[in-house]
Design a protein. Structure first.
Ligand code: GLN
Length: 201
C-alpha cells in the first residue's frame, strides 16, 4: 500500500510518523509524478491559503482534483479538511481547494481568544474513549451535503456539538490533529479505508 503525505507545507513529518506507527511506510508527495505513485493521500495541517498557492505553483491542484474524482482515498486534518471542502467561508478570495467533500467549512471558526484548545471528540466507527482532540486555529463544518456522514462532534465544553469529523466515500477529514497526540486510531481507520477501497477495485 502506497500512501503519500502532501508535502508542500504543514505538519508532514507528524503524519509520516503516525502512518509509520500504523504499519504503513508513507512517502512525501511534492510533484505530480510522486502523486502518480501513491494509492492514497494525507493532507496535513498547516495553512490552507499557503497550501493552495503552493499546490498551484507545483502543478498539483488539478491532478489531485482528478485523482479525487477517480476515487483516490484522502484524509485531511485541519488545513487538510479545508482543502477537501467544496465551500470555504472566511477564506482568501483567491483560495482554491481540491474539493471532494460536499461541505461548507469556516476557517479559524473557534475564534481568536481560543486559537488553540483541547476538547473531547467522539468519532463514530472508532472504538474506545473519546479522542483527546487538539485544535489549532481550526475550522468547523457548518453544513454538509446529503452524501456526507458526520463522524464526529465535540462532546463537551463551549464548542460542544460542533461537527469536527466527516466522511464522504473514500474522503475523510478532521478539524483536529490526531497526528500531534500519538493517538493513532484515526490513521488506522484511514489505512483500513484505503485497504477496503483497494479490495473493492
Ligand atoms: N487556520 C489554518 C488554515 O486556515 C488551519 C490551521 C491548522 O491546520 N492547524 O488553513
Amino acid at each position: 500500500m502506497n500512501i503519500g503525505v502532501l508535502a508542500l507545507q504543514g505538519d508532514v513529518r507528524e503524519h509520516l510518523a503516525a502512518l509509520a506507527g500504523s504499519d504503513v511506510l508513507a512517502r512525501p508527495v511534492r510533484r505530480p509524478s510522486e502523486l502518480d505513485d501513491v494509492d492514497a493521500l494525507v493532507i496535513p495541517g498547516g495553512e490552507s491559503t499557503t497550501m493552495s498557492n503552493l499546490a498551484i505553483t507545483f502543478g498539483l491542484l488539478d491532478p489531485i482534483r482528478k485523482r479525487i474524482a477517480d476515487g483516490m482515498p484522502v484524509y485531511g486534518s485541519c488545513a487538510g479538511m479545508i482543502m477537501l471542502a467544496t465551500t470555504v467561508l472566511d477564506g482568501r478570495p483567491d483560495q482554491e481547494s481540491f474539493a471532494g467533500i460536499d461541505m461548507t467549512v469556516r476557517r479559524n471558526a473557534f475564534g481568536r481568544q481560543i486559537d488553540s484548545f483541547e476538547a473531547p471528540v467522539r468519532i463514530e466507527d472508532v472504538e474506545g474513549d473519546d479522542f483527546h482532540a487538539v485544535f489549532i486555529r481550526a475550522p468547523w463544518v457548518e453544513h454538509t451535503g446529503p452524501g456526507v456522514r458526520v463522524l464526529g462532534r465535540v462532546t463537551e465544553g463551549p464548542a460542544a456539538g460542533r461537527i469536527v469529523a466527516v466522511r464522504q466515500g473514500n474522503l475523510l477529514a478532521t478539524a483536529f490533529h490526531p497526528e500531534l497526540t500519538g493517538d493513532l486510531r484515526v490513521h488506522r481507520y484511514f489505512v483500513e479505508l484505503v485497504r477496503q477501497a483497494q479490495d473493492a477495485r
